[in-house]
Design a protein around this ligand. Structure first.
Ligand code: FAD
Length: 394
């Protein structure tokens, strides 16, 4: 049986657990690579620091639904169930990931936080808090959204209200009747503002930089389907093609305090590796005056925030939807040759210049990260299988 072959390849040598490939992380990317390797009959050890698969999805806020249609969010070899809606809920996404892990008998080693990984003597030496592992290949699938990014402002410690990162936000219940400032207008910030409104809070958004806003669907077609159809076009051409219809659908958002980027959404993703806001209803609330828009923050006082334009707003709470950083350099030795200064891998989906090293899930794609993860997982497992076949021939 396939599983017997695979498990017999995992042995203990010199106090280290030895496998063919080690995968860091049991999120969508780690599971997808694990499943593809298993299909190819290659053993892998998945190390996961928490006690569950898809841990990030367990932590996300309650209201979250995939903003990418399910047809563009599937991992390799397994469709989302037919009875799921086009945009599955957070809980449905978790169920899908759990069923996926079960189907391929992936059995990650839970509670194993990788604290260092280094390539020495032609093997990857991986240390968790209580075990040593070694393997020919290391797939880092620890998540683009690994560590909350927490910028600081003058006076922040004087502020008497609550300040939390969006990763700690569950729902708007505790904020009923409160004035809440959401800092950052990415997909999380936009949806949290809606959630706050729905829970009877008075939300405002602090938007420091110009943005591109796109609808989740255009004329009933998921925006990603359009992205996929246009993926071979140069970004500027794709943006020029989309601009007139986006103008009609979204209207002139500068009237509401939102500045537009000089380039379109496709150029933004490929150039800045930042995702435009996929609007799931925030713009309607802004247009109705139910969500106020402020520019970037200059400083905090005890009860207020002073903005870059000199305006002041009193708030009970501030939610920092200020994004995340991958910071793989906190555990990957030699990361400076394959990552930028934030520990963001320079590329994803193929073997890096350090032998046997692969990153999965680090390309911010205009066609959605889950879709990209599925493609990368297949590429990575095929590359590992080719290498193994080559080694067996020699
Ligand atoms: C709020 C939100 C909504 C999103 N919605 C969508 C969407 O609708 N469509 C889409 O395509 N993309 C979406 N994304 C982007 C992306 O697809 C998801 O973040 C997805 O979960 C990424 O999968 P991943 O496996 O790369 O990372 P993660 O899901 O973050 O999984 C990484 C795993 O690695 C583990 N880990 C990290 N460090 C270590 C370590 N040192 N040792 C051991 N384990 C470790 C973590 O515990 C985690 O379980 C969303 C992102 C966010 C934040």
């Amino acid at each position: 049986m396939l599983t017997d072959i695979v498990s017999s390849e995992i042995t203990t040598r010199h106090d280290a657990v030895h496998g063919h490939t080690i995968i860091v992380g049991a999120g969508p990317a780690g599971l997808a690579v694990g499943a593809c390797l298993k299909q190819a009959g290659i053993s892998c050890i998945i190390l996961e620091q928490t006690d569950k698969v898809g841990a990030a999805w367990h932590r996300h806020y309650d209201r979250l639904h995939l903003h990418t249609a399910k047809a563009f969010s599937e991992l390799p070899l397994v469709h989302f169930p037919k009875d799921y809606p086009r945009y599955p809920s957070r809980l449905q996404a978790i169920q899908y990931l759990e069923a996926y892990a079960r189907q391929f008998q992936l059995a990650p080693r839970f509670g194993q936080q990788v604290i260092s990984a280094r390539f020495a003597n032609n093997l990857w030496q991986v240390q968790t808090q209580d075990n040593r592992y070694e393997a020919a290949n290391l797939v880092v699938a620890a998540g683009y959204n690994r560590e909350p990014h927490l910028p600081g402002w003058p006076g922040q410690t004087d502020f008497q209200g609550t300040i939390m990162h969006s990763s700690q936000y569950q729902n708007g219940e505790p904020f009923k009747n409160q004035k809440v400032l959401v800092v950052g207008f990415g997909n999380s910030g936009g949806e949290i503002a809606i959630d706050l409104w729905e829970h009877g809070a008075q939300p405002s958004l602090a938007v420091r930089s110009p943005v591109n806003v796109i609808p989740r669907e255009l004329l009933g077609i998921p925006i990603l389907a359009i992205g996929v159809a246009q993926r071979k076009l140069p970004p500027r051409w794709a943006d020029a093609l989309n601009a007139p219809i986006l103008r009609v659908v979204m209207g002139d958002l500068t009237r509401y305090g939102l500045r537009k980027l000089p380039h379109g959404p496709v150029t933004q993703i490929r150039g800045d590796t930042r995702i435009p806001l996929i609007d799931v209803g925030t713009i309607k609330l802004i247009k109705r005056g139910q969500v106020a828009v402020y520019p970037g923050i200059e400083r905090f006082t005890e009860d207020s925030v002073i903005f870059m334009d000199g305006k002041r707003g009193k708030f009970d709470a501030v939610i920092l939807a200020t994004g995340y950083r991958p910071r793989v350099n906190t555990f990957l030795e030699g990361a400076s040759t394959v990552c930028d200064e934030n520990g963001t891998p320079l590329s994803s989906g193929h073997e890096m210049p350090i032998p046997g090293l692969y990153f999965c899930g680090y390309y911010v794609s205009p066609t959605g990260m889950l879709r990209e993860i599925a493609l990368e997982a297949q590429q990575i497992s095929a590359a590992i299988a080719r290498k193994r076949a080559g080694a067996a021939d020699t």
